[in-house]
Write a protein that binds this ligand. Structure first.
Ligand SMILES: Cc1cc2nc3c(=O)[nH]c(=O)nc-3n(C[C@H](O)[C@H](O)[C@H](O)COP(=O)(O)O)c2cc1C
Length: 162
């Protein structure tokens, strides 16, 4: 059986909820991508987060990651994040800059409010051309909050992992 890690970035905890469900159903290890400078997770301050995320995007900032990701210890990575401004949060670029996933399997998933995966699974294929990127799972935010056990289990069945 391949060694699997669920790696996620989440501010409002919906991608985290999907990540936890994937880890529960697969028995994979789980790890959060932690920014050096934490984001404000209070939803009442959404406008400030939106402005900050837009600035990071427009200035092509790649925010630093605090923790070390043990990429060498795993074969398969579920990588999850929310949609921010029609793409993934810029810290995902930091992840793909800093770590080489060549020869690994990446299975993306994301939360969103209507954009689906917004082409981000394609972006991952471009950034990690020597990884095998399998079919991802986009989850609408409110669905993620209601519980995603069924959605995750039918997706995992289709992926047919070892
Ligand atoms: C800064 C920001 C930008 C967002 N941009 C989009 C977007 O372009 N498309 C979309 O469908 N949802 C967008 N959303 C909604 C998030 O993808 C959604 O709330 C997601 O569930 C948050 O994930 P999290 O709980 O793991 O942080 C945005 C949310 C934030 C905070």
């Amino acid at each position: 059986m391949s060694k699997k890690l669920v790696l996620y970035f989440s501010v409002y905890s919906t991608a985290k909820a999907v990540a936890e469900e994937i880890a529960r159903q697969t028995g994979a290890d789980i790890m959060e991508i932690e920014p050096v400078t934490p984001y404000d997770s209070d939803r009442a301050h959404y406008n400030d987060l939106a402005k900050l995320a837009k600035k990071e995007h427009d200035e092509d900032q790649h925010p630093a990651i605090k923790n070390a990701i043990p990429v060498g210890n795993y074969d398969t990575f579920f990588i999850g994040y929310p949609m921010w401004w029609y793409t993934f949060p810029m810290i995902l670029y930091t992840l793909f800059d800093r770590y080489d996933f060549s020869g690994k399997t990446i299975i993306p998933f994301n939360t969103h409010m209507g954009s689906g995966d917004g082409g981000t699974y394609r972006t991952i294929r471009k950034l990690e051309p020597n990884a095998t990127v399998l079919e991802g799972l986009p989850v609408e935010m409110t669905a993620a909050e209601r519980g995603v056990a069924d959605q995750v289990s039918s997706w995992l069945k289709k992926l047919n992992l070892d």
